[in-house]
Design a protein around this ligand. Structure first.
Ligand code: BGC
Length: 411
């Protein structure tokens, strides 16, 4: 007689929020009045892509997913997948296209979008800054100049006040560490500056911006607020591994947190990356033959538990605001989600106050400097056929977890 294979089931705490995340620039389309749009069409970028034999059109956000007009369709799909929470962002350049001039139509659009999300019963996380800035703000030097903080605060306060009735959780700024490093230190993103000093200044200004904005949101709107922190799972490797990890953990994972935690009601976590580091460089994985995503990022679900457990010391509720995989064939996504959720559950069992998990991303979208090829979506966007939406098989697997709050583990 064949042995009976037992499946194990674990359940999430009541009220645990399962959902998905998106951002405006990556999905809306037509965000011409931004630093990113100009950068994507610039001569330097076009030459760089052509020299690599790449088609610049594949690396320009253009119409993206046309989410600006098709949000209702995407919300209906998300609801059909039993998602209970959604993370969205708004585009500053639409709301304040010129310095001090607010566009009422754009604000009304976002009101309608949030109303539509609420009609589906979603808990809404709203991000006020997710990488892009209006052109006029970029021309003034953006977050590299301390005096520009007031411009950001003005936009963010007006917007937060107007949209607050539909928002459950505010996210002030997405991944300040990555924003500063990628734009100002390693010149990967606009404005492509290469100066650690500039990155440090930007980071300081983002921290300051968050703290002031959070105070306003807490005092006047009485909504919970946080940043979305990009947290990396760092493991020791080789000589002085532990010391290097301790220092790197402070700089990469703790610096911003420690300087903003008093102005956070919860902790928003984005988790994607795991590294082994030591004095003489780094190694990507724990084992030599390790599974990777299409972006060649290693898949290390156990890292999410380590990160969540480290956050226990702050004694605040935690929401995973992003975790996902680029997987065009959809061969790995289902397992990726199950494994990460298993480790989220393990962290909860060990005392981490994790209250939600939002998969990145609801649909395929514009993956910044990588263009459209990385496919993170629970829902495929068919770029050849009018941006048709197709729910992936893995999304149905996730939907079952969202519906039942039960995770079934294969032996
Ligand atoms: C960013 C997203 C991005 C995702 C995958 C996160 O760091 O917030 O905008 O698409 O990573 O690269």
């Amino acid at each position: 007689m064949a042995p009976r294979i037992l499946k194990r089931q674990i359940s999430f705490p009541e009220g645990f929020l399962f959902g998905a995340a998106t951002s405006s620039y990556q999905s809306e389309g037509g965000n011409e009045n931004t630093d990113w749009w100009i950068w994507e069409h610039g001569a330097r970028r076009t030459k760089y892509l052509k020299d690599k034999d790449l088609d610049p059109a594949e690396y320009q956000s253009g119409i993206a997913c046309d989410f600006y007009r098709r949000y209702e369709e995407d919300f209906a799909l998300a609801a059909s997948l039993h998602l209970r929470a959604i993370r969205l962002s708004v585009e500053w350049a639409r709301i304040e296209p010129k310095e001090g001039i607010f566009n009422d139509e754009a604000l009304a659009h976002y009101e309608a979008m949030l109303r539509a999300a609420k009609a589906h019963g979603f808990t809404i996380f709203l991000t006020l800054h997710h990488y892009t800035v209006p052109l006029w703000f970029a021309k003034k030097g953006g977050f590299a100049h301390k005096e520009n903080i007031t411009h950001f605060l003005h936009y963010a306060r007006v917007t937060a006040k107007r949209l607050a009735p539909w928002v459950d959780f505010f996210v002030t700024i997405n991944e300040p560490e990555l924003y500063a490093i990628q734009g100002y230190a390693i010149a990967l993103h606009p404005p492509q500056v290469r100066s650690y000093r500039a990155a440090w200044v930007v980071l300081g200004n983002l921290i300051h911006s968050h703290n002031l904005l959070a105070e306003y949101i807490q005092d006047h709107l009485e909504k919970p607020v946080s940043m979305a922190f990009n947290l990396t799972d760092l493991r020791p490797h080789g000589y002085f591994g532990k010391t290097v990890v301790r220092i790197a953990n402070y700089l990469a994972n703790e610096y911003v947190l420690r300087h903003t935690i008093d102005h956070c009601d919860y902790i928003g976590v984005n988790y994607y990356i795991h590294h082994h580091i030591g004095l003489f460089g780094q190694r990507k994985h724990s084992k030599s033959h390790h599974e990777e995503s299409d972006r060649r990022w290693g898949i290390h679900p156990e890292g999410i538990a380590r990160i969540l457990l480290r956050l226990k010391r702050y004694k605040k509720p935690i929401y995973v605001l992003e975790n996902g995989i680029a997987d065009a064939s959809d061969a790995k996504r289902g397992h990726f989600i199950t494994e990460h959720l298993y480790h989220v559950h393990r962290a909860i069992a060990r005392g981490a106050d994790v209250r939600g998990y939002l998969y990145w991303s609801l649909t395929d979208n514009f993956e910044w400097e990588e263009g459209f090829w990385p496919r993170f979506g629970l829902i495929e966007i068919d770029r050849e056929h009018g941006l048709a939406r197709r729910v992936r098989k893995s999304a149905h697997q996730y939907a079952e977890i969202c519906r039942t709050c039960i995770l079934t583990l294969e032996p």
